[in-house]
Design a protein around this ligand. Structure first.
Ligand SMILES: Nc1ncnc2c1ncn2[C@@H]1O[C@H](COP(=O)(O)O)[C@@H](OP(=O)(O)O)[C@H]1O
Ligand SMILES: [Mg+2]
Length: 277
């Protein structure tokens, strides 16, 4: 079956996401108001500017495909459950990092088909870098105008080199600490937003255990990048791939991002989840 996203569509989408990123940067570089949402998370003018720009882009490129955005308000599951294909966007992931001015925030556009992310663009405006994943066709990183293919790496053998484990800069958890405490020798890297999944996709990290809450829009685009780069995003309980749009809640289960499933970390995971057998 031909892929829905053609090369021409991908190029238009990337150009539109980069343009939305420039709007975000103009807010980043001046003073702005910070509101607090009902769930206590921050919201800035930049989140809304990116939301409007991305929704307009997607409605122009594919008017027939519905869009679900973190900022679009709730769409009931009775409506969403019939969507075989939809765009799932997080206009500004890592709003806390945006406010801290450390550059670790992203614009995220995913195409979900029958519950699985199949295409994703993650764009980091401050880094002038985008990651594109087309499941079944590969993943690329475009850094300051230079494009290269990316692939996950194999988990290093014991004693060869420490594993690289990436964690949230702003949302850690006791379960994450318990998991890391049981891993072999490893280095910890902290990073904001969906950039953590991109680090695994481009072989700069081996594992991203997210044992704390996230929503489907936080992960879908970067999940497509990871899978297209040969990696996996697995439900931490079942070790099955993370899926979207399966129930009323848009909350993800805890999950692990990895190049491959491996007994060496699944043992640590079982122990941290108190499932030692
Ligand atoms: N209690 C909670 N429930 C749901 N999602 C949460 C959450 N706490 C944090 N998140 C999600 O985690 C994201 C940030 O992840 P990280 O700490 O890895 O950078 C936030 O994205 P936003 O910045 O888009 O709100 C938010 O969606
Ligand atoms: Mg987010």
């Amino acid at each position: 079956m031909p892929h829905f996203v053609t090369d021409n569509m991908r190029d238009r989408l990337l150009a539109g996401v980069e343009a939305a990123g420039r709007e975000v940067l103009t807010v980043y570089n001046r003073t702005y108001e910070v509101e607090t949402k009902d769930d206590d998370s921050p919201l800035t003018e930049a989140d809304m500017a990116a939301h409007h720009a991305l929704v307009a882009l997607l409605e122009t490129v594919t008017p027939e495909v519905p869009v679900l955005s973190e900022e679009s308000g709730e769409i009931p599951f009775e409506t969403r459950r019939s969507w075989e294909r939809y765009w799932l966007i997080d206009p500004l992931d890592g709003t806390k990092e945006f406010i801290k001015k450390n550059g670790e925030f992203t614009l995220n556009v995913a195409l979900v088909e029958n519950g699985d992310p199949v295409f994703g663009i993650v764009h980091a405006p401050v880094l002038d870098t985008s990651w594109i994943g087309q499941v079944g066709q590969g993943a690329t990183k475009i850094e300051k105008g230079t494009t290269r293919e990316i692939q996950v790496r194999a988990l290093p053998e014991a004693g060869a080199e420490p594993w690289k484990v990436v964690g949230s800069r702003s949302h850690g958890s006791d379960e994450f600490e318990a998991f890391c405490a049981r891993l072999p020798e490893h280095e910890r890297v902290s990073m904001g937003s969906s950039l953590k999944l991109c680090l695994v996709a481009e072989a700069e990290a081996d594992l991203y255990p997210r044992l704390a809450p996230t929503c489907e829009w936080d992960t879908a685009a970067a999940q497509a990048v990871v899978i297209a780069a040969g990696g996996q995003v697995l439900n931490a309980e079942t070790l099955e791939p993370l899926r979207c749009n399966q129930q009323d809640s848009v909350l993800n289960p805890h999950f692990i991002v990895c190049g491959q499933r491996d007994e060496r970390w699944t043992t640590a995971l079982r122990a941290s989840l108190q499932k030692e057998d």
